[in-house]
Design a binder for this molecule. Structure first.
Ligand SMILES: Cc1cc2nc3c(=O)[nH]c(=O)nc-3n(C[C@H](O)[C@H](O)[C@H](O)COP(=O)(O)OP(=O)(O)OC[C@H]3O[C@@H](n4cnc5c(N)ncnc54)[C@H](O)[C@@H]3O)c2cc1C
Length: 458
């Protein structure tokens, strides 16, 4: 029998940072990570296998991330957990005794009740290297590719599929716009324009009702009566938590996954869980959140890993931050959109600003960045942000997320100390984040502030 003070099941965006955090917080404890796959894909990089990086082999998380941090790696599938004896039992017959266990078993693609999804050349978005090799191979001679789902994964796949091959690529999306679960209409429409310019066909506001063909897919039937010819269908419609083991051993779960407390502890005091396999709460409402993101998984992992031998960190709930790239335009969102904020009964104030991300605007690499901020009118605090622009969007949206988490007000943001440089940022005069906060202030409380301030009373 093997033994490790901490055992982690799962080797991806949650499992690896959970293991590394354990090592950092408890250097005298032994840590073992068990994962079932020989090679681990960078999950967020999967769409880029079909264009930019061109092979699953170019999208791997190196094992050095585990072994280089003093973590023992066991490649095997966990089949059972004996909670009384604190043992993990694997498919290859290993028994590993633990003091603390962290489940990071992730998620698997959703199964939709659409007739014909079992036909040949219908693929799902699986984080599985051999499967992705076969999808890439199949794609080579295909002329008509349909992608079901216009969320960020479907959109990224479509964009990448168009890069290295001369195929008709069509997205079929149920909602009126692509990316609509994350972005407000104005940003969705901009992204759709880019997709169309790239030659991608968009069919929105319709349901895919049936997959046609004998044994192989030859087309799809839509709810508006149309039939679209296709020789490859990729289903990119979301995931469900992988709670198979957790349920088998009687841990509490709900629709969102394994139930954990704010320390990431499950209903068993010696078992923690993090990542896509766990149920989540919103940072804003503390109500259930459906978001499953790598950034959330690794944040939860850093909490779980730090807490295994005593409470050191707490999860405040999911803000929801992410960015995506469509053509050469990047889009980012954090927190609540204007519409979702209203659904949660917030009275909102909006501030917007657009300017180049270099100064002067003629500097190389310039892209115009548009920032839209959503403030809670009552408290003045930032509760959401959406951005469109060049690749600096990725870091700017993370700054916005920090402002949300620290409950910064429009005043705080308008006066926060930022660094600028002509070659890498917007000018200090035209800094979009600050100016969007200033624009919101003009609608919010400027008059009140002047009236009540010591300055106006002097
Ligand atoms: C195509 C795609 C693009 C994405 N892009 C982004 C993005 O840009 N940004 C973002 O934030 N998120 C993105 N996501 C979401 C992100 O990938 C997930 O949130 C993230 O992978 C969750 O990490 P995880 O470790 O919880 O789960 P997973 O990545 O699902 O990993 C689970 C791990 O557990 C292992 N495992 C499961 N059961 C067992 C068992 N019984 N025994 C041993 N091992 C087991 C698996 O083998 C795997 O190693 C994307 C997802 C996909 C599919």
């Amino acid at each position: 029998m093997k033994k490790s003070d901490v055992v982690i099941i799962g080797g991806s965006a949650a499992g690896i940072p959970a293991a590394i955090t354990c090592r950092r917080h408890y250097p005298d404890k032994s840590v073992m990570l068990i994962r079932k796959e020989e090679k681990v894909q960078i999950p967020c990089g999967i769409p880029y296998i079909f264009g930019t990086v061109n092979s699953p082999e170019n999208n791997l998380i190196p094992d050095a991330a585990v072994t280089g941090n003093g973590i023992e790696l066991l490649v095997d599938e966990v089949e059972n957990i004996d909670r009384n004896e604190k043992n993990v039992i694997t498919k290859n017959g290993e028994t590993v005794n633990y003091d603390k266990l962290i489940l990071a078993t992730g998620s698997i693609p959703l199964d939709l009740p659409i007739p014909g999804l079992d036909k040949k050349d219908v693929f799902k978005v699986k984080k599985d290297t051999p499967y992705l090799h076969s999808l890439l191979e199949k794609m080579e001679d295909k002329k008509d590719i349909v992608i079901l789902g216009g969320g960020f994964i479907g959109v990224e796949f479509a964009d990448e599929c168009k890069k290295n091959r001369d195929a008709n690529v069509t997205i079929v999306e149920l909602l009126p716009h692509c990316l609509m679960l994350a972005f407000e209409d104005e940003f969705c429409k901009e992204a759709e324009e880019v997709l169309k310019e790239r030659g991608i066909n968009l069919i929105t506001g319709v349901k895919l009702e049936e997959v046609l063909g004998d044994d192989k897919v030859t087309g799809v039937k839509l709810s508006d009566g149309r039939t679209i010819k296709t020789d490859l269908l990729l289903v990119a419609v979301g995931v469900r938590p992988n709670v198979e083991i957790a349920e088998k051993v009687g841990l509490d779960t709900d629709r969102g996954g394994i139930i954990v407390d704010s320390c990431m502890r499950t209903s068993d005091n010696n078992i923690f869980a993090c990542g896509d396999c766990t149920s989540k709460k919103s940072f804003f409402t503390q109500k259930p959140s459906n978001l499953k993101l790598a950034s959330i998984a690794s944040m939860e992992a850093r909490i779980a890993g730090a807490n295994v031998f005593g409470k050191r960190r707490e999860n405040q709930g999911v803000v929801g931050v992410f960015s995506t790239m469509v053509g050469t335009k990047a889009f980012g969102m954090a927190g609540l959109s204007e519409n979702v904020a209203k659904e949660h009964d917030y009275e909102t104030v909006i501030g917007q600003a657009e300017s180049p991300n270099r100064h002067p605007g003629g500097m190389p690499g310039m892209a115009k960045i548009k920032v839209k901020l959503v403030f809670n009118k009552k408290s003045g605090e930032l509760i959401g942000g959406q951005i469109r622009g060049g690749d600096s969007v990725g870091e700017l949206i993370n700054t916005i997320s920090a402002c949300i988490q620290k409950k910064m007000t429009a005043d705080d943001i308008a006066t926060f100390q930022l660094g600028t440089h002509p070659a890498v940022t917007a000018s200090p005069i035209a800094y979009q984040l600050v100016n969007a906060a200033e624009m919101a202030l003009t609608k919010m409380k400027w008059g009140v502030w002047v009236e009540n301030s010591s300055y106006s009373n002097r």
